[in-house]
Design a protein around this ligand. Structure first.
Ligand code: NAD
Length: 329
């Protein structure tokens, strides 16, 4: 019988509590306990889930194979470093770190100590995105919007590192080509940093992505649109709806087509077919954590590994720096 993976959660604020909740229900996981610098919060969570409340990170390292790091971004590097140096696998919430140099240092350490780094870019496992793996994607243009009402939580980092980084990670996966050029602009409304940002990224293969993120919107919006030859896809991450419009030549009018071009070309009709792939409702955070556990057991590989988290961060910082250049003009 295979041994359970022993794990602890470091940082049990808003999201850390969900990590604890999921890890307590995943097969082959022995949830050892939690640590948080806010002792009262740590005790509250440890009492609720009947798990240990450790006194320090050092204190938990002897009891675990892996940790989930759900502390504020500015502490990710220091916390992960201690854990990796002790030979522990780490799941780090997004963004991986505050700087690319910090991310590189952690990736180097994980190679040295032969440990896994997984980064919590949760949208990769959003149920509405998963059906896209059945389609041959070659995006020419991608449009993505992520808007949210203002909340204090997360506002310690600019909106690019808080919200847009989710979409940067998705874009880098959808368009597997080096980034050629970035243009960006942004404004501050509620905080001293950037609250609304727009970026236009062009890629070596000719594709373009346009990203807009806001944390001062009235309503929540999380939409992705992919345009490519003969295919238009829309994904609504919030309501879990994926719609595919495919243009095809047809010998005769196909009754399944939702639209037929009025003109025939070379004796063929140009028709548009509509598909709505079935979405299997799953919890993306739980799926990420299962993927982490299976990766530790050698059964899978992390859906978002350290280098992927680092690459998303690098582009996010470039976008943010270009916005700041504009501010300082
Ligand atoms: P939070 O402020 O609610 O919780 C953070 C917790 O970490 C607090 O309880 C705090 O006391 C504790 N903490 C701070 N420094 C610590 C340290 N050095 N060691 C141990 N505990 C420490 O924040 P949150 O909203 O839960 O966010 C935590 C992380 O999760 C951030 O990196 C954030 O970007 C990320 N996040 C990701 C998503 C997502 O969609 N994947 C969503 C929200 C937050």
């Amino acid at each position: 019988m295979k041994k359970d993976i022993k794990i602890a959660v470091i940082g049990v604020g808003h999201l850390g509590k969900h990590h604890v909740q999921h890890l307590s229900s995943i097969e082959n996981v022995a949830l050892a306990g939690v640590f948080d610098i806010d002792r009262a919060r740590a005790e509250e969570i440890s009492n609720t889930f009947k798990i240990d409340c450790f006194n320090s990170i050092q204190d938990l390292l002897n009891s675990v194979d892996a940790v989930s790091i759900v502390t504020p971004t500015k502490s990710h590097k220091a916390v992960a470093e201690v854990c990796i140096k002790a030979g522990k696998h780490v799941f780090i919430e997004k963004p991986i770190t505050e700087t690319v140099e910090e991310a590189d240092a952690l990736i180097g350490l994980s190679k040295e100590h032969n440990t896994i780094i997984q980064v919590g870019h949760i949208e990769r496992l959003n149920p509405a995105l998963l059906p896209l793996s059945d389609y041959e994607l070659n995006p020419k243009f991608v449009e993505v919007q992520r808007l949210a009402p203002y909340m204090l939580r997360g506002s310690d980092v600019p909106v690019v590192l808080d919200l847009m980084i989710h979409d940067i990670d998705l874009i880098l996966t959808l368009i597997p080509s080096p980034v050629k050029h970035i243009e960006s602009t942004g404004v501050s409304i509620m905080t001293n940093s950037v609250d609304i940002a727009n970026a236009r990224i062009t890629f070596e293969n000719g594709a373009t992505a346009n990203l807009t993120s806001s944390r001062v919107a009235k309503d929540r919006v999380r939409k992705l649109k992919i345009f490519q030859e003969d295919l238009y896809i829309t994904v609504d991450f919030l309501i879990g709806l994926t719609e595919i419009y495919r243009a095809m030549d047809a010998d005769q009018n196909d009754p399944d087509a939702i639209m037929t071009a009025p003109l025939e070309s070379n004796g063929k009709h140009r028709q548009i077919f509509y598909e709505k792939p079935k979405i299997v409702k799953t919890d993306a955070l739980k799926m990420e954590l299962i993927n982490f556990i299976k990766s530790i057991k050698g059964e899978e590989t992390p859906v978002v590994d350290g280098p992927a988290g680092r690459n998303a961060l690098k582009i996010a910082i470039e976008i943010q720096n270009k916005i700041l250049e504009e501010f300082n003009k």
